[in-house]
Design a protein around this ligand. Structure first.
Ligand code: RB5
Length: 320
């Protein structure tokens, strides 16, 4: 399921902030799981801190959305890494992103390309023209067109949520899990693998496959990098204390690993911190508690709202 949508345009003062604000509003109107989707925007050539253009602010006011506090952001690698779906306003912007960041190819589309996937349309029909420097009426038309597109997008997101529920049953959307351990975590990893199999989760076991001594940063890096590349939705890492794998995994950009030895922390790690790796210490807790923690963690959901900006601030620390 898509959890984090990033709109990209040129200056991040007109089209992408309007699209992000409109989508945010429409998602909130729909409510439920859709409300938890994170939406942000950035510009390929933005002047960081520049305000939205006055016409964009005025246009959005007509939708009951306040863009007055918007500050332009320049597109950064970590934002791309965190996004499940990257939507540009034009084909040229998409090509520009892919030239610099080819690794996001599978999740980068022109907005109108994405929503018209099954329909015959070419790149020449995908562009949302730039209203910059044009009269207010052009901005208003641009917003009206975007709203139409975003309503199609929301229907697509809504049916993906429904499909996900059916796939996984009780716990929510279909989740891909990367599993790894050092020698001290090997036995607990086997128990967790069995639990994941029994529950029907899709997972990959990255080892180790014996109690022969290895260095935990190596195992942590394999799982954390796979999660950061979005090949998996979540990772589970186990070492003796859980400390070594959690420290190591948190060195990888885009990873938020939480060491949890109680069920409440596991729930909060998802709800408040939107973590993508659970770390466990096999020498600290027994398998019964470990499996309860795994269950609480995997069935948890990010609460969004005020926690969203906090998680975004964590991600920005990665570049300081
Ligand atoms: C291995 O003996 C142990 O140091 C490792 O599994 C882990 O606890 C490190 O944090």
């Amino acid at each position: 399921m898509v959890r984090n949508i990033l709109f990209v345009c040129t200056g991040n003062t007109c089209r992408s902030p309007m699209a992000a604000a409109l989508l945010r509003q429409l998602l909130n109107e729909r409510g439920g799981k859709l409300e938890r989707i994170r939406v942000s925007s950035a510009g390929l050539y933005a002047h960081p801190g520049a305000p939205a253009s006055p016409e964009a602010v005025e246009t959005m006011r007509g939708y009951g959305v306040d863009l007055a506090n918007h500050l332009a952001r320049e597109l950064a690698r970590e934002e791309l890494a965190a996004a499940d779906l990257i939507l540009t306003m034009t084909n040229a912007q998409k090509n520009q992103i892919l030239k610099i960041y080819p690794e996001v190819k599978d999740r980068t589309y022109v907005l109108r390309e994405y929503i018209s996937k099954d329909r015959p349309a070419g790149p020449d029909q995908w562009d949302v023209p730039d209203p910059f420097g044009q009269p207010l009426a052009v901005y208003q038309q641009c917003a009206a067109d975007l709203e139409k597109d975003l309503r199609v997008l929301i229907d697509m997101l809504a049916s993906a949520v429904k499909g996900g529920d059916a796939d996984q049953g009780k716990g929510g959307e279909k989740m891909r899990i990367a599993l790894g351990a050092d020698h001290a975590g090997f036995h607990l990893k086997e128990e967790i693998a069995k639990y994941l199999r029994d529950k029907g989760y899709e997972y990959k076991d990255f080892g180790v496959f014996s109690t022969e001594a290895v260095d935990y940063p190596d195992q942590a890096a394999i799982v954390a990098k796979a999660v950061a590349r979005k090949e998996f939705d979540q990772g589970i890492l186990i070492c003796g204390t859980g400390i070594g794998v959690s420290i190591s995994a948190n060195k990888i950009k885009g990873v938020r690993a939480a060491l949890c030895h109680d069920v409440f922390s596991a729930q909060m790690a998802r709800a408040h911190n939107d973590c993508n790796i659970l770390a466990l210490g096999a020498r600290v807790i027994g398998p019964g508690l470990a499996l309860s923690i795994v269950e609480a963690y995997l069935t948890g959901e990010f609460a969004g709202g005020r926690h969203q900006q906090r998680v975004e601030k964590i991600m920005r620390l990665e570049d300081e």
